[in-house]
Design a protein around this ligand. Sequence first.
Ligand code: FES
Length: 110
Amino acid sequence: MTFVRVCPAEDVQVDTPHRVEIDGRPIAVVRDSAGQVFAIGDTCTHGDISLSEGFVEDDTLECWAHGSKFSLRTGWPLTLPAYEPVPVYGIKVEDGDIYIDPTPTFEEKN
Ligand code: FES
């Protein structure tokens, strides 16, 4: 697992999604109101929409196009119309920067 520096931690404000790319792959980085940071695939699985343009609510990121809410923890949509998950990425904050493990994982639905 090799983490890649993607941005300064201060670029990711609470409840304001921040889009980064690793090797051309878009990733949404989100800091929730509790201060925890998450990284999930940025492209909605229902359409070619950037989830970073959506809305954070608790530990979900909502696609602005049709309202599917994706879990920041598992990547699974909790509401239709999307029904397939986005990938989840390992993330850490170190020395004021955010690092992401570029190897995506897909969580089991629970
Ligand atoms: S494009 Fe995201 S819910 Fe339709």
